[in-house]
Design a protein. Sequence first.
Lengths: 195, 166, 367
Amino acid sequence: MSISAFVLFWAAIFTSNILLTNFLGMCSYLSVSREVESSFGLGVAVIFVLTVTAGLNWVAHHYILVPLNIVYLEYIVFIIVIAAFVQLLELIIERYVPALYYTLGIFLPLITVNCAIFGVSLFLVIRNYNFLQSIAFGAGSGIGWLLAILMLAGIRAKLKEKLVPVGLQGAGISLIITGIMALGFVGFSGIVSVQ
Amino acid sequence: MVSLRIRYITTVLDDIMKQTPQEIKIDKRMQPGVITLSGFLGDDTRHYHEIIETDEQTLENLGKTPEEIADRMQYFTDASWNSYDTPLEIENKFVVETEVVRGKLPCPFSHPGVYRKAVTRLTNTELGLTISWSSLNLHMIKEHHFFEGSGSVFRIEPELLVKVLF
Amino acid sequence: MALRIIYDILALTGVCAAFAVLLVIAQKFLSNYGEMKININGKRDLTVKGGNSLLSSLGDQQIFIPSACGGRGSCGACKCKVTEGGGPLLPTEKPLLSKAELADGIRLSCQVKVKSDISIVIPESIFNIRKYKARVAEIIDYTYDTKGITFELLEPSKIDFKAGQYVQIETKPYAKMKQKVVRAYSISSKPEDEKTLQLIIRLVPEGICTTWVHNYLQLGEEVNLTGPYGDFYLRDTNADVIFVAGGSGKAPIKSMLEHLEVVGTDRKMTYFFGARTTKDLYLTEYMQHFEKALPDFTYVPVLSHATPEENWQGKTGFVMPFFKDAIRDPKNTEAYLCGSPGMIAAVTKSLVEHGLAADKIYYDSFG
């Protein structure tokens, strides 16, 4: 692809936000956005994991799956790579930055099942990115995800849930808010493109 | 070890979908056999958030805040603190006594701090009604607006509290 | 075709295996802290496996720092002074430590992980605390809600404690209880009985341990105990003594009286047992036996709610009004109180008014 990594980075944040445009990574987004602090912590962890796993999975695809002709097993291998990396990350953080480990707590294993991570890895294969593009796309997607969850957390903190009709409280109103935010982000489309 | 991890993640998945990790921890601590014998939820199937919101709504309709109720409970507990093993008559229509047993309990809301096992029994002689609460109940009502799930041994209905206390 | 499938499966297995190996190596390297040294009070050095909490590392070495919450960071009972090592202060410790304690290097030993050599300072009395495996030898029903349980110590087979101290007993999972909990009870038997100890346990509504003891514990069952703990014990002086304890508070007093019977004493002692009705009285004849066995001991049960049907001939009301008859020289009188904090406050006030020195009033406020 001829798009520069730099442009991809910005596109991944705004015009093709992994959460608001592709609606990936919803589960933890909806539950953790109840608290702003946890949202920030989770978002930062997601950025880090997304960037690195994008790179790792690019390597896995081009140097393991393709040569061995098992590209159809891509889903399984990508998940294994993500899980292994998150586990490794947990061990490293626990050893060297214990205070951070206690703050992130259960968020680390939680990230493994975040479909945004898996989605990004699949996108870079489908859109045929090179290594640098993959990293840029991963980092941008992570920042885009952080942005989305922070915005929802901020809105929910100010939202007077009591004014929301009972049936829409919780997930219902959150999804409506997310939809409105997504509409807002559609306004960015056409500025830059992801492929 | 990785497989153990994946198994752990999948069992956590269900809960994660609907609650933050902190909420899951609190919910676990409210189950029977973790902090108290019968737990804090009784046979209530609602999530503790819902229980709190419903009770807060009831109190708003009755015109009292949980803090007011907790302060009034504290007033009775303090008054009867020193007359151990003996009921005390207050304001001509309340008979109250507090009994303490050894040990302290942590709060299920997972913040640090432990609470004495002190149970206060209050009788409103005018209405002929008796209610009892523990120090932990008092704390949970004041700080967390939590009155425990319906069917729980230590749950006191907010309406009953308002009727008896004031 | 089949070959292709086998080949692909092998390839996938190979990839998984490679990652598994990578993680195992990483864990060995990252989670393995090797052996660390714990220096205690500047005198003793322990070598432990690094990476675990200070509390559990010491526990593995048979040094038991008191803990009421089992190492979860809720109770703050496991405070310990760390002079070197220990790592940065963790967010789980801060809420339970005061500024003075933090300045003094006090940490929560259940949260501090031994990731490097560490030096700590702990009181000498902690070395006497051991974990015991014991067997239920006898269960006596004292009242409708109070039982006396005698435990035979198996391993270690002897316990060294002062009359008045308490132990912690570990429950076993039962009924809806999936986990074990730890609860404290005063020792009611004399220290001279080194191979056994008795606890007096009263059934508390919704109590995890008392329900287990009253409804599930069988003769011959093995339980784990840890102890002895506590600063409440009989002082070896010649002063007169006033005991005040009702209900299960009688346990440490029983221990003290049995001990005095064995060692012999001519101290003037009075024991005020406050209760509500005759149903709450127990071991009355045993106390009357002490009146004969000890040269100057008087047992004074005082009931606050005796009904006319019970035909109670003894004293009624609160215990405080009867103190003055028992005190002959307030400056040479000690008091031992065991009960609720409210009782202790009220009785202490009365005793001080009668002229006793506040530092000669020892108490166990069920803390």
